[in-house]
Write a protein that binds this ligand. Sequence first.
Ligand SMILES: Nc1ncnc2c1ncn2[C@@H]1O[C@H](COP(=O)(O)OP(=O)(O)OP(=O)(O)O)[C@@H](O)[C@H]1O
Length: 287
Amino acid sequence: MSDRLLEVEDLVVEYPVKGRRAAPLRVLKDVSVDIRAGECVGLVGESGSGKTTLGRAVLGLAPVTGGSIRYGGRDISHLSRRERRALSADIQVVFQDPYTSLNPAMTIEQILAEPLTVRDVDRAEARRRVRDLLDQVQLPADAGNRLPREFSGGQRQRIAIARALALEPRLIVCDEPVSALDLSTQARVLELFKEIQERTGVAYLFVSHDLAVVRHLSHRVAVMYRGEIVEWGDGDQVTSRPQHPYTQKLLLAAPVPDPVKQQQRRAERRRLLTAQRQAGQPAGALS
Ligand SMILES: Nc1ncnc2c1ncn2[C@@H]1O[C@H](COP(=O)(O)OP(=O)(O)OP(=O)(O)O)[C@@H](O)[C@H]1O
């Protein structure tokens, strides 16, 4: 049996375009990637490259027009609503914006208990589980009585993570979960993601435009460019010694705290762009 939890093979996602003869917009082109149980796979690429669409396809929220997505060996590319709902205990999501992803009218306890009570967990048990979830994301027990607006961005993202953990999923699609946070909050929330993964063995598909964020967590990394995966492999290899010119540019564009290193990278980036221009290659989106 395969040790793959999720297998995406030759995936194509297309959106219809208005106009009778217009060809559909092909957003993902034969994308193949897989995630093992307990693994973090980072998905990087610039804005519009198709990262979110891949995450949405895994969640059943994007139209799959070719290829397949298998979870635990079962094809989940075209599930009915009922089948998809049953799968939501296994595959969860944390969205980018902690300000819009939590219902502002519900208390934190109601938000965290909802997925449990929908599945007939009794109220006393749900209350116990909510306390445990708050503890897992390092929020105090009395946070349950409060509303989302009473929390900072980082705390709200902790609540969103707790909600995703409520049903003990095996896979969480994390769609830019730290990019709306300031740098020091980002670091703390990333540590939390890491700690949860080590403790629970949950797998992540971790979407980010920021190679530094992905490097911190990912066992393997896939790099997307214009709807295709251009590089895919071991996280250290891809983020430190990338082979594809697009990944090299992505790496060189990442901010570096050390100004000397930053200057070296700028010089290296200029050399790379000049070499590409001389070789007659297109400069690419990052130039
Ligand atoms: N519902 C939709 N209908 C039509 N086109 C769409 C739809 N959703 C996404 N697209 C297009 O698909 C392409 C990829 O978008 P996607 O959001 O997956 O990129 P991304 O890499 O996640 O970018 P970002 O980092 O900005 O979120 C874009 O050109 C986008 O305009």
